[in-house]
Design a protein around this ligand. Sequence first.
Ligand code: PLP
Length: 455
Amino acid sequence: MEFFVSPDRADPKFEAFLVDASSKLCNWLATTNERAPLPSVCNLPEVEPTSEGASTTRLLEDLELLMAGSYQPSHPGALAHLDPPPLTASIVGELISAGLNNNLLAEELSPSITKLERNLSKWFADKLGLPETAGGISVSGGSLANLMGLLVARFKAHLSYDSNAFVIASDEAHVSIARAISVMGLPPEALCRLSTDEDGRIPLEALKQEIYKKKFEGKKCVAVIATAGTTIRGAIDPIENISEFCSDEGLWLHVDAAIGGVFALSDSTSGLVKGIEKADSVTVNPQKVLGISKTSSLLLVANKANLYSCFSTGFPYIEPSIGNDFQGGEIGLQGTRSAEIIKLWLGIRQLGENGIQRLLDETLNRRSYFHAQLDITKLNVITGPLHLIAVTPKNQKEHLTASWSDTTKKLLFRKRFMLSSPQYKGRSYLKAVMGNPHTKMRHIEELAQILNQSI
Ligand SMILES: Cc1ncc(COP(=O)(O)O)c(C=O)c1O
């Protein structure tokens, strides 16, 4: 069938298909600045298959239509979320992964890539300073990594059937934690949310007191969650102090470092997440900061054997792993997994240590530069040590901030800036994520000027 690539001869039609598709993609990327972050039109191609199937020409035309309606993360004004443009090597990695079509479920279905995943997860674990026993697995997104981290924590605490068990986190922890609690069959109140301090961090004393109180009530703690990089302002909980407390009390520490974890990869920024090396489990999401195309996330654990004891069920239809390691399908929730690890590996190899450091430093510099441009007599600024920053009018009543954010967001759209409009402690904010390497100082100055003049 001509729909599949020939296994025994070069296939010029397939090569031409790839070249034409790549050239359309390259053209879409190269004309980014002619458009805005969000498309002005969104026409959809037909969805249903035709009786005889579409020609490659038609498929490419349809793809072009889809591209025209796509969000454009490479636009310098695309600053709304944690969705930076993809590294070139990660685009290539995704393509190769699709062509190889290996399955990370088992070593026999992905011999080299399974080993690559083990080695790269270990490299990440080492960079974070986790112990020798550490390891991890690539999973599709930070939400899944958080869920899996909590499942392992609960399993290790022998609390899998305890409906009184609880998890404790700040009220700025990501929504995926609440979802994980629900998926775990726990009532909403099983997530104990502590009010953050003025810097958006968990107050250590409040954490201790709450845990002692719950202990007194006979409730058992599944895990303490520290966030390294909160979603709205990029705050980092006091991980080091929390980890000491957890170790004294024998509590599992899960660090949701979906945003902040990659800052451990560079000497110039690793101090920001100090203490992460003491975690029992860590979520890292390189898609959010390093420019690895989506999805790319890792769950790292201090003891890799814990993943196996929590998730393994036996695999009656799969050959055992060769060597002394676990099958991918035995150490996570997913069964079949694509080779997402390839684009992460290619991406960090392309950047090299210096490239990673430069990328992270420049990301933080953009935030600092933007912060310095803001008129703090008019704007209340919330930020943290990372690259997220949000503003709201200083002297405006809470209920009026929604219309300010709405009007200003529309104005920004007209100027080709896309910010998001989160709610934070009762007020509407406009949030910028300074993770886009195409955003230059002149864009930042223009953006700050619009915000300063919006009041
Ligand atoms: C702190 C934090 N944790 C977890 C997540 C969830 O990651 P994902 O969207 O990849 O599931 C996010 C998403 O923004 C986040 O900000």
